[in-house]
Ligand binder design. Structure first.
Ligand code: AMP
Length: 500
C-alpha cells in the first residue's frame, strides 16, 4: 500500500480522469481537477499569510467548499471545521478556544461566525462556482506566492472538539499520521477501491463524514458524492442518480430513510455492497430491517473523535457480523479494563480502552483531562463494554456524561452554563432523555430563584445554543434529585425524569 502519511498524499491515489467528487446538480470533479483546486486553495491561503501552526476555522456547509478548504487548510496549516449551525456565543467560544487567526465562510454567509471572530483575525470567503472554479477573497490583498510548504506527518492537520463533561468541550489535535492511519484502517475494513462510490450524508465538520465518507474514499481512489445536505426526502433521488456502493451514517438518518421505504431493494440499491452505521447504538431490530430493505450487510462500527474516527467495526462477509456488537478492533487494540486499570476476563463489563496509531496523543492544553484520559499508554474512551473471546465488542453504557443525540454529541455542562446564566435560574442540570428517533434528546432539571416559565427558558437557550442543543423539556423543580450519597449525577437525574 502506498504510504498515506499526510493529507496531501490522500489525494494522490486517484487516477487523473477518474471522478473524485460529485456535487449533485452542480458538477463533477476528476482527481486531477480536485488536486488542482486544492492546490489553488492552498496557494490562496498561503498568500494571506497562512502557514504551519495557524488555525484556520472553517464554517462551511457540506459541499465542495468544505472538502477543498479542509484539504487545503490541513495541507499547509491546521483546519478547524465548525458546525455552521452554532450561534454567535458558541462561535465566540470555539474560535477563541482554537485561537483561530483565519475564518473561512461562504460569500455573504456565516454571519454569526463573522460577528464572533477574534480581533485581528482575517475573514476569507470561499466558493466553488457551478463550473467547478474556485473563488476566494478577503479584505485587502494577499502577497503573491507561487509555492507553499506541505505539512509533515507529525503536524496537527485537524483540530476538533469533543464534548466535555465537567468542563467545556475539549480540544482534540489530530496529526496527519493519526488521520492517515484511520483512513487506512477504514479502507482495509471495507476493502474500498476505485470502483467504490460513497454517498456522504453526514456533516463534514465531524470525523464521521470527514474521515469515513470523504477521506477514506479519496485515499482509495473512489468517488465521493457530496450533496449540500441530508434530507430524508432527497435521499432516494440521490441513490437513484448516483447508485453508490456504500454509505455511512448514524442510526437516526438510517431510521429516517427506512421510514420512507416500503419495499425491499428499491431502485438505487443495485450497486450497494454494504451500509455502515456508526456514532450511536444501532438496535438489532433496526439492523435486521435495514438488511432486509437494502439487501446488503449492515455493518455497525464504533468511532470517536480522539481516535480520528474508527476504532472497531463488524467485518464484511464471509466474516460474521454480530447484531448488537460494534465488531472487532480495526487496526486498533481494544481492551476492557476494571476501575484499577487491569484487563477484565472475556464477557465481563468494564471501561473500553484503545491503543493505536490513529489515537491522539492528548487533549490540547488540558493536563487535567490528560491525567485522567490515559492509563499505561491506553486511551480511556469513557464507554462501558464487554469483549467476547472472538474479540467482538459490545457497548453497554457510558461513564462519561455526554448526550448522544443521533450521533451528535452534546456536553451537558454547556447547557447548564447557558441556563445558569439566566437571572431566574439558581441551578441547572442537563441530561439525555431517551427518544425514539434521536436515541437521546436534551432535557434539563432547573431550580429557580425567581419566577420563569419553561417556555421562557427554552427561548432564552435558543438564542444562545445551536438548535440541536436546546433542551426540548425543562423540569422546574424545588431541588435537583441527588443520589443516596447526596451527589448530583446526571444519570441519576435522567432516571428520575425519564420514568415519567
Ligand atoms: P464522537 O467523538 O462524536 O465520534 O463520539 C464518540 C462516542 O460516540 C463514543 O465514545 C461512544 O460513546 C459513541 N459511539 C460511537 N459509535 C457508537 C456505536 N456504534 N454505538 C454506541 N455508541 C457509539
Amino acid at each position: 500500500m502506498v504510504a498515506r502519511s499526510n493529507i496531501a498524499a490522500v489525494l494522490d491515489q486517484g487516477a487523473r480522469d477518474h471522478p473524485a467528487l460529485i456535487v449533485p446538480n452542480r458538477f463533477s470533479l476528476s482527481y486531477s481537477r480536485l488536486r488542482e483546486l486544492t492546490d489553488e486553495a492552498s496557494l490562496a491561503l498561503a498568500s494571506y499569510g497562512i502557514g504551519k501552526g495557524d488555525r484556520v476555522a472553517l464554517v462551511l456547509p457540506n459541499g465542495p467548499e468544505a472538502i477543498v478548504l479542509f484539504l487545503a487548510a490541513s495541507k499547509i496549516a491546521t483546519a478547524c471545521p465548525l458546525n455552521p449551525a452554532y450561534k454567535e456565543e458558541e462561535f465566540r467560544f470555539y474560535l477563541e478556544d482554537v485561537a483561530a487567526r483565519f475564518l473561512v465562510v461562504p460569500p455573504g454567509d456565516g454571519e454569526a461566525a463573522r460577528h464572533a471572530v477574534p480581533q485581528g483575525a482575517t475573514v476569507i470567503e470561499a466558493r466553488v462556482d457551478s463550473d467547478g472554479r474556485l473563488h476566494m477573497n478577503r479584505d485587502g490583498h494577499g502577497r503573491a506566492v507561487d509555492s507553499f510548504e506541505n505539512s509533515s506527518e507529525g503536524d496537527i492537520g485537524l483540530v476538533l472538539h469533543t464534548s466535555g463533561t465537567t468542563s467545556r468541550p475539549k480540544r482534540v489535535p489530530l496529526r496527519h499520521h493519526n488521520l492517515a492511519a484511520s483512513v487506512s484502517n477504514i479502507i482495509a475494513t471495507y476493502e474500498l477501491g476505485p470502483e467504490d462510490v460513497s454517498l456522504c450524508v453526514m456533516p463534514l465538520f465531524h470525523v464521521h463524514g470527514l474521515i469515513a465518507s470523504a477521506l477514506a474514499t479519496f485515499a482509495s481512489g473512489g468517488t465521493v458524492v457530496a450533496p449540500d445536505r441530508f434530507t430524508p426526502l432527497g435521499f432516494w433521488p440521490l441513490m437513484q442518480a448516483h447508485r453508490p456502493t456504500w454509505f455511512t451514517a448514524s442510526p437516526t438518518p438510517h431510521q429516517l430513510v427506512l421510514a420512507r421505504l416500503q419495499e425491499d431493494r428499491p431502485a438505487g440499491t443495485e450497486r450497494l455492497r454494504f451500509v455502515r452505521s456508526c456514532s450511536a447504538a444501532l438496535s438489532p431490530a433496526q439492523m435486521a430491517l435495514m438488511e432486509q430493505r437494502f439487501g446488503v450487510p449492515v455493518l455497525e462500527a464504533y468511532g470517536m473523535t480522539e481516535a480520528s474516527h474508527q476504532m472497531a467495526s463488524n467485518p464484511l462477509p464471509p466474516e460474521p457480523r454480530v447484531a448488537g456488537s460494534v465488531g472487532r478492533g480495526t487496526g486498533v487494540d481494544i481492551a476492557v479494563f476494571d476501575e484499577g486499570g487491569a484487563a477484565v476476563p472475556a464477557g465481563m463489563p468494564g471501561e473500553v480502552v484503545i491503543r493505536g496509531p490513529n489515537v491522539m496523543r492528548g487533549y490540547e492544553d488540558n493536563p487535567q483531562a490528560n491525567a485522567n484520559a490515559f492509563v499505561d499508554g491506553w486511551f480511556r474512551t469513557g464507554d462501558l463494554g464487554t469483549l467476547d473471546s472472538a474479540g467482538y465488542l459490545r457497548l453497554i453504557g457510558r461513564i462519561k456524561e455526554l448526550i448522544n443525540r443521533g450521533g451528535e454529541k452534546i456536553a451537558p455542562r454547556e447547557i447548564d452554563d447557558v441556563l445558569e446564566a439566566h437571572p431566574a435560574v439558581k441551578e441547572a442540570v442537563a441530561f439525555g432523555m431517551p427518544h425514539p428517533t434521536w436515541g437521546e434528546e436534551v432535557a434539563a432539571a432547573v431550580v429557580l430563584s425567581a419566577p420563569a416559565t419553561e417556555k421562557e427558558l427554552i427561548a432564552y437557550s435558543r438564542q444562545r445554543l445551536a438548535d440541536f442543543k436546546v433542551p426540548k423539556r425543562l423540569y422546574i423543580v424545588d431541588s435537583i434529585p441527588r443520589t443516596p450519597t447526596g451527589k448530583v449525577q446526571r444519570r441519576f437525574v435522567a432516571d428520575q425524569f425519564s420514568r415519567e
